[in-house]
Design a protein around this ligand. Structure first.
Ligand SMILES: N[C@@H](Cc1c[nH]c[nH+]1)C(=O)O
Length: 403
């Protein structure tokens, strides 16, 4: 019997892990520097929990069933789980809470034959309890810092504002609003042309779809629409955010008020990080503000504002491997400790332990017997092990460097 992994499953071998850790450690250092704390939530959630925010479709969740016949699923993202934890397990904490995660998520693929992956890794943050401009700026500058820590320079931010876009959609008749939203989400002009809209509304839908480009132009275009007072205020806030980002951040910003998903929980800014490579654009992460999500999980429905993002480790990996940034080998051991005969085992283990305790980050491996001295030297050369320690039963040791 040959045991195969299920379609879409992936095993990460030591070099893959070293490369993944290289990315994750850099991100983690940035999260720490900004005062974020790691949270680990359950891989398994009730389907209801995953879907409560309105961003997750049942068909994309890998589903499981427990003995009580509860419908469970593997988390496809972290924000819903963190929202659940925050208002239940973390009730009573003070705000703001700065949380980060670095973990796997599962997304069901429709095409099993192509062996499409179903397990992915994400690292991200959630900043809970702050609804203002400063929290938006913090999260976006933190995001920029993450990319800088990975030495990724060719990227831009597509910034939308779900609140503004949703409210601009209110002029459409309720029975057509979803179709207009879908057409805009997919930048589908043909669909807009085919909807039974008045010419004025059709032109409004096309204007929303075209609210994309450099921030000055887009802000001007949106201000020329007949905005009511709350819309005007939201546009002014967006303007302040853009100004702060353009002063503080060192990245290209594309304002996109047509940025809207067919499903999401965003109520304020929403954004995507896109890398610009010769091979084309690649989305490296996304996020946004969700001020109504935590209320879905709160026993009394109390809302707590939140904003965050997730970076997609596989996509970062693809970019970094093009630039040859990642480690190309697993780190070699520094020492190979060899017991010269059976009586020297005790002394050899003791010597190896002494080396391990001597400096931080040293790698010491024991020779496991069964080879002669030449084979041991060859092994050390093959594995790039710098030093061999030959240990005798009385504890005396000869050190040989292996160049
Ligand atoms: N969880 C979202 C990203 C996000 C984090 N926080 C807010 N949004 C996703 O996977 O798309």
């Amino acid at each position: 019997m040959v045991y195969q992994p299920p379609a879409g499953a992936r095993d990460l071998l030591p070099l893959d892990v070293a490369q993944k850790c290289w990315i994750e450690n850099r991100l983690q250092q940035v999260f720490h520097r900004w005062g974020y704390h790691r949270i680990i939530t359950s891989t398994l959630e009730r389907i209801d929990t995953l879907m409560a925010g309105g961003a997750i479709q049942r068909s994309t969740v890998i589903q499981l069933q427990n003995a009580e016949d509860e419908e469970l699923g593997l988390r496809p993202e972290l924000t819903a789980s963190i929202a659940r934890t925050a208002v239940t397990r973390m009730a009573g904490v003070t705000y703001p809470q700065r949380l980060y995660y670095n973990t796997n998520v599962f997304q069901r693929t429709c095409d099993y034959r192509r062996n499409q992956p179903q397990e992915f890794y994400q690292a991200g943050v959630e900043l809970l309890g702050s609804g203002g401009l400063l929290a938006d700026v913090e999260v976006l500058l933190l995001l920029a810092d993450c990319l800088q820590a990975l030495s990724i320079n060719n990227w831009y931010l597509i910034l939308g504002e779900a609140g503004i876009t949703q409210s601009l959609l209110q002029v459409f008749p309720a029975n057509l609003r979803n179709q207009v939203r879908n057409a805009i989400a997919h930048l589908d002009r043909v669909a807009i042309d085919n909807l039974p809209l008045t010419e004025e509304l059709r032109s409004r839908a096309t204007t929303i779809l075209d609210l994309r480009g450099n921030s000055v132009d887009v802000l001007q275009k949106v201000s020329s629409l007949d905005l009511d007072a709350p819309q005007q205020e939201a546009v002014n806030n967006l303007k302040s955010l853009v100004e702060l980002l353009e002063n503080q951040g060192n990245f290209l910003l594309i304002l996109d008020l047509s940025l809207i998903q067919t499903f999401d929980y965003y109520t304020g800014i929403s954004f995507e990080v896109v890398s610009d490579t010769e091979a084309g654009a690649r989305v490296l992460g996304r996020g946004g503000r969700y001020d109504q999500l935590l209320g879905q999980y709160h026993p009394q429905g109390d809302n707590i504002p939140g904003i965050g993002f997730a970076l997609f480790i596989e996509d970062l990996y693809q970019i970094l491997s093009c630039y040859q940034q990642l480690p190309q080998k697993t780190p070699p051991s520094n020492w190979l400790v060899v017991a010269e005969n059976n009586q020297a085992y005790d002394a050899a283990f003791a010597y190896a332990q002494k080396l391990r305790n001597s400096t931080h980050l040293v790698r010491v491996e024991m020779d496991l017997g069964g080879r002669d001295a030449e084979a041991i030297r060859q092994y050390a050369r093959d594995r790039s092990i710098a030093q061999i320690a030959w240990v005798k039963a009385d504890g005396s040791t000869t050190i040989e460097s292996n160049n």
